[in-house]
Design a binder for this molecule. Structure first.
Ligand SMILES: Nc1ncnc2c1ncn2[C@@H]1O[C@H](COP(=O)(O)OP(=O)(O)OP(=O)(O)O)[C@@H](O)[C@H]1O
Ligand SMILES: [Mg+2]
Length: 363
């Protein structure tokens, strides 16, 4: 499936926009703060209902407006699909596929698998575990509709149990009802743990080879899943640590506390990696994600590269570009510098200026 066209109304700094993409590489270039990332964000939202930057719907509505529309036209061989999204200030967004409203975001997942890569992704390596869980969950939701169902159910049960823990301090009797939520946590959570384990194991296998190539054999990368609990002992731990949870008024066991570690030559990249090593690890991770999506779905993902090329050295730029051949890619950059002109085969190039785009002819 490829993205043919994106149409926007009152989204971020676009009053109205229609832009068509190449099945291969399209480039958006322009000065800072002109609206390049906003276009990628609209594509990401259309594919996943969420912003890759974590923005709220109301922040994406154009200043002074009450609602915004995103329309994306997709094509796969002879099949055409349309996604309509309606962002509203104080209500959840409306989504329709081919004109038919959908009730759950899961119905949207799988139509296109979208992968975004920006300098912010360094946070997956550098920052806290929630960034790593988010990376994992974002991709797993796209790959597996049941995963989305389980994560939503898990978070709901977690909220309920946490609320109950707060109430138990003043009403001991409520202790008896903890069990209901614990059963749910274990049921949803076991699925999450199992899928995360398989995902990280596959990513690790693909990443090992890629990282070795990117670093010319100098670095060995290992990606390990560090579950907070395993499926087998989850229930027992929840029950045996109830008193501690009641005292702390929160649930301290479960996949909401999982982590992933990135080991470079046996050392934790988060603690000991240089900026460059961490950046290369983020690149490896994204390339591995692309490969994994290809393997699992037998389809290519759509790749959004936001401002990353200029941050990579020549060798890594080349490796990145080699790995995305055949993958529909939208690249943003501030200028058509030499490396873009010389190294990227692109089919469409747009100049982005203050919420307007103009297509440039290729010379
Ligand atoms: N809700 C909104 N309504 C109107 N304009 C907005 C809204 N949100 C952001 N903007 C504007 O969008 C612009 C930023 O757009 P964007 O992040 O796409 O820039 P960019 O071209 O990617 O820049 P850079 O090269 O710095 O990354 C800012 O000028 C900001 O004021
Ligand atoms: Mg930007």
């Amino acid at each position: 499936m490829i993205i043919k066209t994106l149409e926007l109304n009152n989204f971020r700094n676009y009053e109205s926009l229609s832009i068509s993409f190449s099945p291969n590489v399209s480039i958006l270039y322009g000065n800072n703060a002109q609206g390049k990332t906003n276009i990628l964000e609209a594509l990401f939202v259309a594919a996943t209902t969420k912003s890759q930057k974590g923005s709220r719907d109301k922040d994406m509505i154009r200043f002074g407006e009450k609602e915004s529309h995103i329309r994306v036209f997709l094509e796969d061989k002879d099949i055409s699909r349309k996604i309509d999204m309606h962002l509203r200030e104080n209500k959840s967004k409306g989504v329709a596929i081919d004109g038919i409203p959908i009730k759950k975001a899961a119905e949207l997942y799988g139509l296109i698998n979208i992968i975004s890569f920006s300098p912010d992704d360094l946070s997956i390596i550098k920052e806290g575990p929630s960034e790593r869980r988010r990376f994992c969950d974002m991709e797993l939701c796209q790959l597996d509709k049941l995963y989305m169902h389980n994560i939503t159910g898990y978070m709901r049960a977690l909220d309920q149990r946490n609320n109950l823990l707060k109430q138990i301090q003043s009403n001991e009797e409520l202790k008896d009802t903890l069990n209901i939520w614990e059963e749910q946590l274990v049921s949803f959570g076991s699925y999450i743990i199992e899928k995360r384990r398989a995902f990280i194991s596959d990513i690790n296998e693909i990443a090992a080879g890629l990282h070795s190539v990117l670093t010319e054999g100098k670095e060995e990368l290992k990606i390990e899943y560090v579950p907070n609990t395993d499926e087998g002992s989850f229930k027992n731990t929840l029950v045996s640590t109830r008193n501690r949870d009641i005292a702390l008024k929160m649930t301290n066991t479960g996949p909401h506390r999982d982590d992933i570690v990135f080991m470079i030559n046996g050392e934790d990249a988060k603690k000991y990696g240089s900026q460059g090593q961490q950046r290369t690890t983020a690149l490896t991770l994204k390339l591995a994600e692309i490969e994994l999506v290809k393997r699992r779905t037998k389809n290519n993902p759509v790749l959004l590269l936001d401002d990353v090329l200029s941050e990579l050295d020549r060798n890594r730029q080349i490796k990145l570009l080699e790995n995305i051949s055949g993958v529909q890619t939208v690249i943003t950059c501030t200028g058509l510098e030499e490396f873009v002109k010389q190294r990227i085969k692109y089919d469409k190039v747009y100049r982005v200026c203050n919420g307007h785009i103009s297509e440039e002819s290729l010379s």
